[in-house]
Design a protein. Sequence first.
Length: 345
Amino acid sequence: LVSSGAPVPPGTPSGAAPGLVKSVDTAAAALALPVPRIDPADPNAGFLAGLLTSAPAELVNALAAAPAPSTETRLRQVRAWLETGEPEPALAALRTLEEQEPDAWRVVWYRGVAALVTGDHEGAALAFDAIYDAFPGEIAPKLALGLCAEVLGQLDNAAEYYRLVWSTDPSHVSAAFGLARVRLATGDRRGAVRTLESVPESSIHYTAARVAAVRARLRGRTPTAGDLSLLDDLSPAAGQVEALESYGLDPARREQLAAEVLGCALDWVLSGGQGSVPLPLPAPPGRGRRNAAGGRTLLGSGLDERDLRFGLERSYRTLARLARSGEERIDLVERANRYRPRTWV
């Protein structure tokens, strides 16, 4: 029925904790849905096959020069217009196609996509529901209905559609991101983390999923004394940051994640979290230095205020060296200085 599309961009539906993750870009998510395969019986099927890699703006001109317009060329024009931010001609073309072929499922699918792009979420749900009724076993309409339910605030329905897609076909990683988003929105942080960590290592989106899992563990947390659940998340989050280095995570993002983990740990320590005992005085020469919290470390820093401040200072100085602008570099150096603990030198 359809070919695989790109993952729906990570984000959060309405109702989620403010600032936890970015809101869903509904238009981008709609255009990232699976794309219907070209009807092989269409007279322009061969012509369109040669245009698949063309940029949307170039495609609009190329399609205008098609020798004999057909349903498939018009539908491809609709998508190109939507991609270039021109919804008016796209909607006009769809109305014409609906008059000519009211029962064509590809036309109904693009009506749903166009409705999402233009903010008609209820209309999109009706269109995709019609596709689902016609093809109940297909993945694509379930994924589309999950997105519709999410943006309409029907989070239970969204979670069920995303879960069905992800459990049926793990190649649709967009369903995992969607399921994680709605689980976060309903307060199921651990469920969101489990979903993101279920993305297989073989997936090209494995690194993105693990980065999202680290942030899902820690963002929006309010550390309180005795909150051992946060401590239970800090260690695996730090371990994932270390492991991601071997998967090609770029140095800047790695240090940003490290700073998030260490900053969250410092907040926990300053709140009086259990296990955050002060470090002992320096050991005699040759005996080394023991870490706080029974030897527990995070990204090379002991779990106490002094070590965590030094760790944050290192991360921000590294980010300053990687900064692309002088203004950003100055800001990061100032952050590093603020975190640096007082010393004799």
